[in-house]
Design a protein around this ligand. Structure first.
Ligand code: FES
Length: 117
């Protein structure tokens, strides 16, 4: 079984996958327990799975885990914590911008990418 080394939230993480085309989202959620990014449409359209890949907002449901290896991945868990949210997360909380909450992490990661560009 191929093993891929992912650089996630500042740490090297190894994931095993029989299928090199397995979406990065599945590896993040299923193997690494990072459940902030959500599976919505699975078609690259809704944005609920958005993470940063080399600081660019990226739909993790559309990226094969094999092509994410060696690149810098940031999930919403890498920004801050419930006890110490980063400024953008704090702004979402202050403005009650969660709506139902399902895709909030995707919105935050898209906004983070936009703020850096
Ligand atoms: S799950 Fe909808 S864009 Fe990835």
């Amino acid at each position: 079984m191929p093993t891929y080394t992912l650089h996630v939230n500042g740490a090297q993480r190894r994931v095993d996958s029989w299928d090199p085309s397995q979406p990065l989202l599945y590896a993040l959620r299923g193997e690494l327990g990072l459940t902030g990014a959500k599976l919505g449409c699975g078609l690259g359209q809704c944005g609920s799975c958005t993470v940063l890949l080399d600081d660019q907002a990226t739909r993790a449901c559309m990226v094969p885990v094999s092509s994410a290896a060696g690149r810098r991945i940031t999930t919403v868990e890498g920004l801050g914590s419930p006890e110490k949210p980063d400024a953008l997360q704090a702004a979402f909380i202050a403005e009650q911008a969660a709506q139902c909450g399902y895709c909030t992490s995707g919105m935050i990661m898209s906004a983070r990418s936009f703020a850096r560009s």
